[in-house]
Design a protein around this ligand. Sequence first.
Ligand SMILES: Nc1ncnc2c1ncn2[C@@H]1O[C@H](COP(=O)(O)OP(=O)(O)OP(=O)(O)O)[C@@H](O)[C@H]1O
Ligand SMILES: [Mg+2]
Length: 231
Amino acid sequence: MLEVDQLNAFYGKSHVLHGVSLWVGAGEIVALLGRNGSGRSTTAKAIMGLVASQGSVLWRGQQMQGKKTFEMAQSGLGYVPESRDIFPTLTVEQNLVLGEKPRQAAGRWSLDRLYAMFPQLKARQHTAAGLLSGGEQQMLTLCRSLIGDPDLIIIDEPTEGLAPQVVTLVGQFLTQLKARGVSVLLIEQKLTLALDLSDRCYVMGHGSVVFEGTPEQLRQASAIRQEWLEV
Ligand SMILES: Nc1ncnc2c1ncn2[C@@H]1O[C@H](COP(=O)(O)OP(=O)(O)OP(=O)(O)O)[C@@H](O)[C@H]1O
Ligand SMILES: [Mg+2]
């Protein structure tokens, strides 16, 4: 579904991605792992056209390089950045509704379905989003990204800074996505979670892909884990 080939990315003169190639198939969860600064967020931004880049990004066979981020969203490619960009003064429900596409046909994720998945959000539906806990804000960000009914979603570090119970919720959220046939490119720091949830994984180092394989292969590749993941 998503095929990234020889992607290079630049912040001004600094050349950060060096020929990154990866793909995500229909219904797959693919983990993108690596240490801080290895280039995972930049890969996501380059796919979404948010940083200067060269290379090929094919989404359902169509070239996305040069397209606007909102055009990609409309074609079913979703993105949840590292920062939780909710609107703090709007209520939970107003934040969710903002994700709706104009003239949207009924998608996979109605408000009711999202509330059924996360009763905590329903309980807070009329609360200003800025008053939610960090975990609730993250669930809100994730849920909002579904209102537009993406077929593939790139999620950047959804569990960062969250308490263990909330990490479990995020895991359930990802499992639900998979059950409904949504593909995920998951950028994640927590190796155990990533290995448990993903069908395949990539490890990045210094702006390049240094490993590609199944979770089982990565569990066995202790040299790769030591060199590129463990601190
Ligand atoms: N806006 C920016 N301007 C200049 N350099 C940047 C910018 N953002 C990131 N970089 C640099 O690009 C490299 C890759 O950063 P990136 O954010 O992609 O890493 P990451 O793997 O997502 O790690 P983490 O999220 O833990 O920081 C790093 O060396 C970083 O310092
Ligand atoms: Mg990052």
